[in-house]
Design a protein around this ligand. Structure first.
Ligand SMILES: Nc1ncnc2c1ncn2[C@@H]1O[C@H](COP(=O)(O)OP(=O)(O)OP(=O)(O)O)[C@@H](O)[C@H]1O
Length: 801
């Protein structure tokens, strides 16, 4: 509540009488500053280049260390300018005007460190002078005299830009957001933190321009990619972004409270704080490829690439990419802890059917999902069980030795006792076979001299191990199993039934087996593959020698300039690809991870610090308690630091209010976040007339006319394909998506089709409907069919007050 009061006060504190001439003058002021920043950067490049040329001419290269430092300086300045010119639309985006501080201490970035104003900074007639002005940008730039021209947004001196509120303003009098493109300043928006104060800057009263930066940002049309919020991060969000990285930072908040945005900005902040530590990589786990695609531009816009991997939960295992959704019943079986027990049995049981394919069919790698949601009744041909050798025959010392099926079974059973990874037990099984054959041969009892007996035994082992029949037998009887092969083996209903006895019920066995017989992998299959990899283990292989990397040989600047930049990025990408463990793991939409997925993600952060963001009210997983247990297991005993975000920046109050009715049904007693703005546009209710397709198409077209940006049409999962057809020809601004795919995304306007259908499609359906209803930034239309039981105004039963 306190946070909301602060927000509202901040938003009211704007001078409405600001004239365009004042605005133009203030844009001019900021333009001058931006010009100075660019001049300084160019100066730095020239300085470095001059030093280098001069040294080269005179042949005075100095120490190798000094030369390398100078080369690096030129390189850094070049990269800076390049990035400023090409990548950052709004490199300089903020400014704060501050009162004099309590003491005169300066920090490493050249700014005063005091947070509170000095006594007497505000005179008794409520006037004051601005003592310090700081500009905030995506990277820091110092002037020739080391005074700060631009402060990096992640530096401590930039914190008041985000933290100051009218309730707790600190030294900040005016906070300004600057909009620029390339080298041109386009606009400014001010918020007054001390509206009661008349402040002077260089003898002139401080001018105030605009309607407030946050509102300007929230009112902008949406595109299909997320924007960074670096210019308007709010105080409660800033606390999370800058929270110390130790242990686990746990963030909860309702829809639209900025959890995803905060998670991404936190990654950039952590890298800035301790780049060396996070060279070990930061992993961001996202629920869907659609959300990955939506968010992956944010970090590059903050100047961070390479060190951060954003991966969908279905793409965490190298070489596997989920392309299918499972039906709710199958997902429940595959995602729960019960599946862990089944996999352990399957990994051991699969040894008995070595004919299983070595790998399942390759995934397509597309972002689209298959259309098998709810198709449990499709019949799939069962996979024919392959045979296991049931007898071992070898010849030793001129005698034929045999082991029959019961003996082989006993040996396998002994070899498999314990929990060691199955693939690592092959040497043990081999030894047990040799022991049994040796016993059969009776040779051991013929020699009483232990030394002679040992020698004989050793040559017996050597002879047999090199026999082709024995090698072929071992390969067939104890093959090296791959996770894919075991998963494929589980597609056989009879086998799966054996492995899942008393764990899954017969209906679950049938459905899971059928789902595993399809082409392609589901998100839940990927977690199973990862678990199997851990259960099976990878036998050690002889190491390949690493090829010499020509980059390791580079020393001179000519090579450094053009080659190094490109190749370092390539190398970072390669390393990121190869990485399986991370220094920090950020889990977005954490409420959706199943126990099996938590185990998979946990393996990637065994030694990591964590940031976990989520909203239990949006969970599409049916058993939250089981998931919480798995989460706690993955995070271990690390201490938790908890934050709650309370303000909804996405939905106008009119939409948030409607969604809150569903929240009351989905999670009675929970509170929804308070919407930061209202648009005066109530949600629209439309009842199907002349067919569902026609109605939805008309409503989507209507919204396309009313908003500048995107329109999302959210349908139950099994209607995705037909919904895409309904919208054909309406253009790229409109998309159809299944209820589960809507997670984390947002649109200017949405059409939610048949709330009852979405609510009924899974045990977590009401929470999924809550997600669907909270995707719009401006307008929402709800289309009802008969099963929604709309009233005279078209309001469906589920959404009535
Ligand atoms: N401080 C801010 N300034 C400007 N825009 C903001 C701010 N905070 C959040 N937003 C915007 O609000 C919207 C919602 O943010 P985000 O998607 O991060 O919320 P969320 O909590 O992850 O939502 P959900 O739980 O529904 O996925 C985004 O458009 C984001 O850019």
């Amino acid at each position: 509540m306190a946070a909301q009061v602060q927000q509202e006060a901040a938003l009211r504190s704007v001078d409405p009488s600001a004239h365009d001439s004042v605005r133009d003058r203030e844009i001019g002021v900021e333009q001058e500053h931006l010009d100075r920043v660019y001049r300084r950067l160019e100066e730095k490049i020239h300085e470095a280049e001059f030093l280098m040329n001069d040294a080269a001419k005179r042949g005075q290269v100095g120490t190798p260390g000094a030369l390398a430092e100078r080369d690096a300086q030129v390189f850094r300045a070049g990269v800076h300018l390049n990035r400023l010119n090409n990548e950052f639309e709004d490199f300089l985006f903020g400014r704060i005007d501050l009162l004099a501080g309590k003491d005169g201490k300066k920090g490493p970035d050249g700014a005063y460190t005091a947070v509170e104003p000095a006594e007497g900074a505000i005179r008794s007639d409520n006037t004051a002078d601005i003592a310090e002005t700081l500009h905030i940008g995506r990277i820091g730039v110092l002037d020739a005299d080391y005074s700060p021209l631009v402060i990096d947004w992640r530096a401590p001196a930039a914190a008041p830009f985000y933290r100051s509120t009218p309730v707790d303003p600190g030294r900040v009098v005016r906070r300004r957001v600057i909009r620029s493109k390339g080298r041109r300043v386009l606009g400014v928006e001010d918020d007054l933190m001390r509206p009661e104060l008349t402040a002077f800057l260089d003898g002139h009263e401080l001018p105030v321009v605009g309607d407030g930066a946050l509102m300007a940002a929230l009112g902008q049309a949406r595109s299909h990619t997320m924007r960074d919020i670096v210019a308007s991060i709010q105080a409660e969000q800033d606390l999370v972004i800058r929270a110390p990285a130790a242990s686990v930072t746990y963030v909860e908040g309702g829809p639209g409270t900025g959890k995803t945005a905060v998670a991404l900005h936190r990654a950039a902040y952590l890298l800035y704080q301790d780049r060396r530590r996070y060279a070990g990589g930061i992993l961001i786990v996202s629920p869907t490829p659609l959300l990955v695609a939506y968010t992956e531009g944010v970090l590059p816009s903050l100047g961070e690439e390479g060190q951060v991997a954003i991966r969908a939960v279905g793409s965490l295992v190298d070489g596997a990419e989920a392309t299918l959704y499972d039906s709710p019943a199958v997902a429940r079986a595959k995602g729960s802890y019960r599946m862990l027990k089944v996999l352990r049995k399957a990994a051991r049981g699969a040894l008995e059917m070595p004919g299983a394919p070595a790998s399942a069919p390759a995934a397509t790698g597309q972002l689209a999902f298959g259309d098998d949601f709810g198709d449990e009744d499709d019949t799939q041909p069962p996979v024919a069980p392959a045979s296991t050798p049931t007898r071992l025959r070898v010849v030793a010392f001129g005698r034929r030795l045999e082991l029959e099926a019961p003996e082989l079974d006993r040996i396998r059973h002994t070899a498999l006792s314990g929990t060691a990874p199955v693939n690592l037990l092959r040497p043990r099984a081999r030894r047990l076979l040799l022991d049994a054959l040796w016993a059969k041969s009776g040779a051991g009892s013929r020699h009483t001299d232990p030394e002679l007996a040992a020698e004989l035994r050793s040559s017996f082992d050597e002879d047999i191990s090199s026999e082709d029949d024995f090698i072929a037998f071992l390969d067939a009887w104890w093959p090296e199993l791959t996770p894919r092969a075991v998963l494929a083996a589980m597609a056989d209903e009879r086998r799966l039934g054996r492995w899942a006895r008393r764990i899954l019920n017969p209906g679950e066995v049938r459905r899971v087996a059928r789902s595993l017989g399809r082409d392609g992998l589901s998100v839940h299959d990927v977690a199973m593959l990862d678990e199997l990899q851990a259960i099976l283990g990878t036998p050690a292989r002889p190491r390949k020698r690493r090829e010499a990397d020509p980059l390791d040989q580079l020393t001179g600047l000519e090579e450094l300039m053009p080659v190094r930049e490109e190749s370092q990025r390539e190398r970072a990408e390669r390393l990121a690809q190869e990485r399986t463990e991370y220094a920090h793991v950020i889990v977005d939409e954490a409420q959706d991870l199943t126990p099996m997925q938590w185990r998979m993600v946990g393996r990637r952060g065994r030694h990591a610090t964590w940031t976990v963001v989520g909203d239990p009210a949006q969970s599409s997983w049916s058993d939250p308690d089981e998931a919480a247990e798995a989460r706690d297991e993955a995070l271990g005993t690390r201490p938790r630091r908890r934050f709650t975000l309370t303000v909804n920046y996405r939905n106008p109050a009119e939409i948030a209010e409607l969604a809150a009715r569903v929240l009351a049904l989905a999670m009675p007693g929970s509170t929804s976040p308070s919407a930061v703005r209202s648009t005066g546009v109530e949600p629209r209710f439309s009842v199907v007339r002349g067919g569902l397709a026609k109605t939805v198409r008309e409503e989507a077209a209507r919204l396309l006319d009313r908003v500048d940006g995107t329109v999302g049409v959210v349908v139950a999962m099994n209607r995705r394909a037909e919904a895409a057809r309904w919208l054909a020809g309406l253009g790229e601004r409109v998309v159809a998506l299944g209820s589960l795919e809507a997670k984390g995304l947002e649109y200017d306007a949405t059409v939610v089709v048949s709330p009852a259908e979405i609510a009924d499609e899974s045990p977590a359906g009401l929470r999924v409907l809550y997600v669907a209803l909270t995707r719009a930034t401006q307008q929402l239309t709800v289309v009802s069919q008969d099963r929604d039981e709309p009233d005279a105004n078209g309001v469906p039963d589920l959404l009535r007050d």
